[in-house]
Design a protein around this ligand. Structure first.
Ligand code: G3I
Length: 369
């Protein structure tokens, strides 16, 4: 899975050939095994161009600190990505020990790696309904409120000046979009106020980083998307420093063509920066019977292309980052799910050996134009 030698760019051919197009065509020539001048070419899978060189916006990937110890993983990740999201080690489940003390060893390793390789660090996630640990459960009243503020100040404050943004509150809207989720934070501080306060404290900790509201299912479920946008507007009206919207984008290959692009346009309607924050496209589709895996993979690649094109079509000030939720298929959380065929899923841009798949080329082609 090493990085192939990158060929030199072809001599500039005058106006109209963008750097990205030239880069991709240079790799295409290399991929064909023969010099284009000879007009003899044998199509072959060649060295893929660095995605971060093609995309006019940051491209991110979810990473776990132990993965960086693998030189092949680290080489592939640093070749293609300009932003790192800690997959789980910057969340409360890792940082907050049962006795209420904090551990930052893993998140610090990820932050140090990002700094060494000049990669943006995106903080994920300060407050999540799914992680309300015992250390908080046993607190009441002012003690709870103080611990809530202190946690956010400690974590967001630690990466102040390095984190380029934060998922401040993750998944605040119910699955069906009918309400705000019931959770420990809402029960103790108020269903809206825990969200508003989280943004307030994150801004107190970090005066500059854009602060995101992040959720899933905003592509499949227009009702959930509408509730999510209403929450965003309510936060803005309340003076919360909401600086962006994260759409996780955990998709299945059977999502109807065009639905994702519509969702992105809708989410962008508030004018806030958009983060495609956790994109993966599962081949384990529900309900539809496809003729073959090849058919599914074709739809999957087309959907990756749609997602990249929809994001690329946003105004530059709204293109925060395009992040995939894992590097290689074998790294995907979906492989760890207890669902049928999880082990055979191929949701990402690189296969388990680190080779670029049709999904990679669909994104590369979509972002280069
Ligand atoms: O690595 C340790 C292993 O050493 C240990 O033996 C094992 C014992 O349980 O835990 C392993 O860590 C697990 C980690 O994933 C790495 O696999 C954690 O227990 C497990 O909680 C953690 O799950 C993560 C999950 O969020 C909860 O934090 C997933 O990796 C991660 O992909 C998933 O990501 C979420 C986003 O944050 C929010 N959107 C949905 C997305 C998918 O669920």
């Amino acid at each position: 899975m090493g990085s192939p030698p990158s060929p030199t760019l072809p001599p500039s051919r005058g106006k109209g050939v963008s750097r990205r197009a030239a880069l991709l065509s240079a790799f295409a020539v290399a991929a064909c095994g023969r010099d284009a001048r000879s007009q003899q070419s044998i199509p072959a899978r060649g060295p893929e161009p660095p995605l971060k060189s093609l995309a006019p916006f940051p491209v991110g990937c979810a990473v776990q600190s132990d993965q960086l110890a693998d030189p092949a993983y680290a080489a592939l990740f640093t070749r293609h990505f300009s932003q790192l999201t800690p997959e789980w080690e910057m969340k409360m489940e890792y940082i907050l020990r049962p006795d209420g003390t904090f551990r930052f060893d893993a998140s610090d390793r990820l932050a140090a790696f990002a700094k060494t390789h000049n990669i943006r660090l995106f903080g994920h996630a300060l407050i999540w309904y799914a992680q309300g640990p015992a250390a908080f459960e046993r607190l009441e009243g002012e003690a709870f409120a103080n611990a809530y503020r202190n946690y956010i100040l400690a974590v967001a404050g630690r990466y102040r000046g390095q984190a380029v943004g934060w998922d401040v509150v993750n998944e605040a809207v119910t699955e069906d979009g009918s309400a705000l989720r019931d959770c420990l934070w809402g029960r103790k501080l108020g269903e809206f106020d825990y969200i508003r306060l989280a943004f307030q404290y994150a801004r107190e900790a970090d005066p500059a980083a854009p602060l995101f509201l992040n959720d899933y299912g905003l592509d499949y479920n227009p009702a959930k998307r509408a509730t999510f946008l209403k929450l965003a507007e309510r936060l803005l009206k309340a003076g919360a420093p909401l600086g962006g919207l994260g759409t996780q984008s955990h998709l299945h290959a059977d999502l109807a063509p065009g639905a994702y692009a519509r969702a992105i346009r809708d989410l962008a309607s508030l004018g806030l920066p958009i983060h495609i924050s956790e994109l993966d496209i599962s081949l384990n589709v529900r309900g539809l019977n496809f003729a073959s895996r090849a058919d599914l993979e074709q739809r999957q690649a087309r959907l990756y292309g749609e997602a990249a094109e929809a994001f690329a079509a946003l105004p530059e000030r709204q293109r925060f980052a395009f992040t995939v939720w894992g590097l290689r298929d074998s790294d995907s959380w979906l492989r760890r799910e207890k669902t049928p065929n999880a082990g055979a899923d191929g949701p990402l841009l690189f296969d388990s050996a680190g080779a670029a798949k049709s999904t990679f080329w669909a994104v590369a082609d979509a972002v280069r134009s």
